[in-house]
Design a protein around this ligand. Structure first.
Ligand SMILES: [Zn+2]
Length: 255
């Protein structure tokens, strides 16, 4: 089954000891592409090194994570922008808003998010949105910015049906990962109502491992548990889940 993990931080130190094995596991499970969302300048080099090590499989994004928006965010944006001016990246991200951990830099998060959306338009690549405790606010920003040129994904979607409808109306996709396998996540009920043509798959490794590995380190090979769960929820075959999500991923990321 050909799969694409559209969101995976496998360049982080969690994978330092066994990245070769992790890539092998992914290959064994049919994971053909792994998209690497940037976080900030403290990990850009590791990300780009991994991409160099497995250029057929790993594709880097470039951007600034909302949790990394601090006093020095202008400098971080400048660095990300310099990378973007040097070469092609598969997407802008991850960017967005995060009101879960810290609201100190809310205004700065909005500035960084909007600036990165402008980059996505300029380079004509998708924007990958992180929206923790901020999905309505992120939808509002995209609504404001959508002029027909913007495309992207609400990564780790865990909203309700109404929010899903708004995201679809904006022409955006929803990234579905391990949360869909969690008991009482409620995402299964929402998933039932969302057409498969709006869904892409992701792990968010090393975070959010699906059942039966919940709480452990996540890796791209575990995409198969998400595929199985979605096929159960939607009452379709795993092949159909793969077919839809791979087409959507290629459509969105041109990968
Ligand atoms: Zn992420």
């Amino acid at each position: 089954m050909p799969l694409i993990d559209t969101h995976s931080h496998i360049y982080l130190p969690d994978f330092k000891e066994d990245i070769v094995g992790v890539l092998q596991n992914a290959e064994n499970e049919g994971v053909e592409k792994i998209l690497l969302p940037a976080i900030d300048n403290s990990t850009h080099e590791q990300m780009l090194e991994l991409e160099k090590m497995a250029p057929e499989v790993c594709l880097a994004m470039m951007g600034l994570h909302p949790c990394s928006v601090k006093e020095n965010f202008r400098e971080e944006l400048k660095i990300a922008r310099e990378h973007l001016d040097k070469r092609k990246f598969v997407a802008i991200g991850e960017t967005g808003l995060d009101f879960y951990w810290d609201k100190t830099f809310t205004a700065e998060q909005y500035i960084a998010f909007n600036e990165q959306i402008e980059w996505a338009k300029e380079f004509d690549i998708p924007v990958v949105i992180h929206s923790r405790n901020s999905i309505d606010e992120c939808i509002d920003v995209i609504k404001e910015q959508q002029d027909g040129r913007l495309k992207g994904v609400f990564h780790c979607f865990s909203g309700n049906e109404e929010q899903a409808g708004k995201i679809i109306d904006l022409g955006f996709y929803m990234g579905i990962g391990g949360v869909v396998t969690f008991k009482n996540s409620g995402l299964d009920k929402v998933m039932k109502e969302i057409d498969m043509k709006h869904i892409v798959l992701e792990t968010d490794a090393p975070y959010l491992a699906p059942v039966p590995y919940r709480g452990k380190r996540n890796e791209p090979a575990y995409l198969k548990y998400i595929v199985t769960k979605i096929s159960e929820i939607k009452g379709i075959s795993t092949e159909e889940v793969v077919h839809y999500t791979i087409n959507n991923s290629i459509q969105l990321f041109d990968c």
